[in-house]
Design a protein. Structure first.
Length: 322
């Protein structure tokens, strides 16, 4: 069985309740770690005279806020369809992913503005304060904690097929990388002399560019999904092959696809021999659905319309070309 989002995982094997339980558990772990790191880094930054560490603490606080978003939205995304959301609630998870991307982007801009201001002042004669060992030690603790949290959260997110949880993992990774740059800046400021203290804000600016890139990489797919963009072309071609090779399908057309959270939706018309019975045509449609779900996961939602074949031209996959 192949999941459309990740060919190495089969989240369809988990029940919706188990998926939500795992997503919330991993997010709660990050929630408490981010809360502690954010507060401690800001205090250590103030006491240790490191503006970079204060900014890094603000980044951890943004992770703390993003964890709250994931906890709320993942639960909503796996609710069953209802009268107001007849295709389910998957878009709520997509919205959560987009919100996370926007938070990352905002943090990146804030880092860049703060770093550029400090760099400007340093090059115009203002001496930046020398950080202390307290700041340096806290940065090392932050790097180790956030890298572990990234690996743990991403592994669990991929296991349950949750893009919001995976996006949150990248938020943890961006914090770890920003702490590495902060380590370089603080270390340089401590050991290379007063004029090299400008390394701290320069490093913060460099990290902000990377963080913005991560925000774009996770935000763009979520935005495209909200805009109802079709599934990737290679996935669609594989689906056409499955449909066209199903016994009884003479041709098909009007294929359309989209994604909603962790689920994919496809709809199309199949053309069958006009002389067969309605029950036989229905059985063919069921066979198509089962073959697609075996190949692409049980969470794939299909909507199939049946038509009589009237001699239309088709391609190698039996897709109508007329």
């Amino acid at each position: 069985m192949t999941n459309i989002r990740n060919t190495e995982n089969t989240p369809g094997a988990l029940s919706p309740d188990e998926t939500v339980r795992r997503a919330r558990h991993v997010t709660w772990v990050g929630f408490w770690i981010n809360a502690a790191l954010g507060v401690v880094k800001i205090l250590a930054g103030v006491l240790g005279r490191s503006q970079a560490l204060i900014a890094d603490g603000v980044h951890s606080i943004s992770d703390f806020v993003s964890d709250i978003i994931v906890i709320v939205f993942v639960g909503i995304a796996h609710k069953k369809a209802d009268a107001d959301h007849q295709y389910g609630h998957g878009k709520f998870e997509t919205l959560a992913t987009l919100i996370l991307a926007l938070i990352l982007g905002a943090v990146a801009v804030a880092f860049f503005i703060d770093g550029s201001g400090n760099t400007w002042r340093a090059f115009h004669g203002q001496e930046l304060p020398r950080p202390t060992w307290l700041a340096l030690s806290m940065i090392i603790v932050s790097i180790v904690s956030k890298e572990w949290l990234y690996r743990y959260t991403r592994r669990e997110g991929e296991r349950i097929g949750s893009p919001a949880v995976v996006a949150n993992a990248w938020h943890h990774r961006s914090d770890a990388l920003s702490s590495i740059a902060t380590l370089v800046g603080v270390g340089g400021a401590m050991f290379l002399g007063a004029r090299w203290r400008v390394l701290d804000p320069i490093a913060a600016m460099a990290v902000s560019v990377f963080i913005f890139g991560v925000a774009w990489s996770i935000g763009k797919p979520a935005l495209l999904e909200l805009l109802e963009v079709a599934l990737p072309a290679d996935v669609c071609r594989r689906m056409w092959s499955v449909i066209g090779s199903t016994p009884g399908v003479v041709a098909f057309h009007h294929f359309a696809s989209r994604r909603s959270g962790s689920r994919a939706f496809v709809e199309f018309h199949i053309k069958v021999d006009p002389d067969i019975s309605v029950s036989r045509a229905h059985a063919i449609a069921d066979d198509v659905e089962h073959r697609l779900q075996r190949e692409f996961g049980q969470d794939l939602h299909t909507s199939i319309h049946i038509e009589p074949y009237a001699g239309e031209s088709t391609d190698d996959n039996r897709r109508c070309t007329d």
